[in-house]
Design a binder for this molecule. Sequence first.
Ligand code: HEC
Ligand code: HEC
Length: 72
Amino acid sequence: MKNTIIFALLVLGVIAFLFLLPRKEVPLIPHDQRHAEVTAEEGCLECHGKGRPEQLKEGHPPKFACFKCHRR
Ligand code: HEC
Ligand code: HEC
């Protein structure tokens, strides 16, 4: 009986994991004035670079080639 419960919880955990995974997708570049004006990747770092107001999170992947991953 106990094993069945543990197994059920495990299955639920895996389902929850698979369900949450796609949310880690690369966020799109917001479709607003601020972002429409920037065409060069250096421009991104004016706001998202180190010490800037919208600094990237610690775990953020590469700090360059923004457009490779982020699309409009
Ligand atoms: C003028 C400052 C500014 C510049 C330049 C800028 N951003 Fe942003 N960016 C922001 C702000 C502020 C936010 C968060 C608020 C919002 O969603 O508008 C944001 C949000 C984002 C998000 C969404 C994050 C999320 O959680 O959905 C992405 C992706 C992003 N920026 C990428 C870029 C890229 C790529 C560039 C270069 C083309 C860039 N930004 C240039 C200010 C800027
Ligand atoms: C290798 C692919 C890749 C590249 C290159 C990349 N990003 Fe991201 N970015 C991501 C992913 C994946 C996330 C979502 C991270 C998360 O949810 O923790 C993200 C999240 C963000 C966010 C949301 C806030 C945050 O820090 O999580 C912003 C803003 C952002 N990126 C801006 C940029 C800018 C500006 C550049 C260029 C300097 C860039 N990204 C380059 C993959 C990339």
